[in-house]
Design a protein around this ligand. Structure first.
Ligand code: FAD
Length: 291
């Protein structure tokens, strides 16, 4: 086990040397890392234990983090927390997250080094707008993601309600390079091949997924921003769809602020209106990060 949190734990309470995991009492919101996968030098995913009391709707986010460095004057440590979409579905017994590695980022410069057995802090208060409750019934759901904006859809793609609600499930994912698509592509491939998922969701339901990956920098079978490909009709031609209409189509958007702004304008142009938990409508948007 690495020492990421041990340092903070020793400040707060003695660590039992016999136990690889510091006593839970020392940090009430601590969860233990169970698996870590590095996808590229900028992206990784990890799984942690799930607090028994945590209930959430697929697509929501929580605050997670690590103990910050001690204050040079007081020696006190405060949790360093950031918003993270839960990438696992609501029924999963563990929680999964899909993360960027920002080299000088206060949290992820450290979080990228976690290993199984380490602990992270998880505030069990899920919130968010990328939930089925915020959309009116429709025939086709579109998930539009860039970068780590795939995370809430990794949850919703494994959620049976997605397939109960819709006849078609289209997921677009745009990244700069091909390797940045790996987490999403692997997840969808495994989802379709997994016997347990076929039983839970149904093979005919999993066949509803249409995956539409694009890259903006590295050469790949489909190049370009999804906004451009929607504007010029390429997406519709490729998928054999007439277009997006408020009668049949529902959308969820998760990417950078600029991407979200452009997607909102496009979806409004197709006649869709923005929904919220309190007022369901035809599309919903959430930031994948701030800045
Ligand atoms: C609602 C919400 C959900 C989020 N869900 C996730 C998630 O599932 N996975 C995830 O990795 N991050 C997610 N984030 C971003 C996350 O909260 C942190 O910003 C990120 O973990 C980096 O933290 P940091 O302290 O290292 O750097 P920060 O100081 O938080 O960020 C430094 C800079 O890095 C860039 N940056 C931050 N996050 C990203 C990102 N995800 N992709 C590309 N550039 C980024 C921005 O330019 C930012 O200004 C989410 C943010 C919000 C608001």
């Amino acid at each position: 086990m690495s020492t990421l949190l041990d340092i903070s734990m020793t400040e707060m309470s003695p660590v039992n040397q016999a136990s690889p995991v510091p006593a839970k009492m020392a940090m009430p919101d601590a969860q233990t890392v169970t698996a870590v996968t590095h996808w590229t030098d900028r992206l990784f995913s990890f799984r942690v234990t799930r607090p028994q009391s945590l209930r959430f709707r697929s697509g929501e986010f929580v605050m997670i983090g690590l103990m910050g460095d001690p204050d040079p004057k007081t020696g006190k440590q405060k949790p360093l927390l950031r918003a993270y979409s839960i990438a696992s579905p609501s029924w999963d017994e563990e929680l999964e997250f899909y993360s960027i590695k920002v080299q000088d980022g206060p949290l992820t410069s450290r979080l990228q080094h976690i290993q199984p057995g380490d602990q992270i802090i998880l505030r069990p208060k899920p919130v968010g707008t990328l939930v089925h409750d915020a959309l009116l019934p429709g025939k086709r759901i579109w998930f539009f993601a860039t970068g780590t904006g795939f995370a809430p859809f990794a949850s919703l793609l494994r959620e049976p309600e997605t397939y109960e609600n819709y006849e078609q499930v289209i997921i677009t994912h745009t990244c700069r390079d091909v390797a940045e698509l790996d987490y999403g592509r692997t997840l969808i491939e495994e989802l379709k091949a997994d016997e347990m998922m076929q039983e839970l969701i149904g093979a005919e339901n999993l066949a509803k997924i249409r995956y539409y990956p694009t890259t903006t920098r590295e050469e790949s079978p489909k190049m370009g921003r999804i906004t451009t490909l929607l504007e010029d009709g390429t997406v519709f031609r490729d998928l054999g769809i007439d277009g997006i209409s408020p009668e049949t189509d529902r959308g969820m958007v998760c990417g950078s602020l600029d991407f979200n702004t452009d997607m909102k304008a496009l979806l409004e142009g197709f006649g869709l209106t923005e929904g919220a938990n309190s007022e369901p409508a035809q599309y919903v948007v959430e930031k994948a990060f701030v800045g």
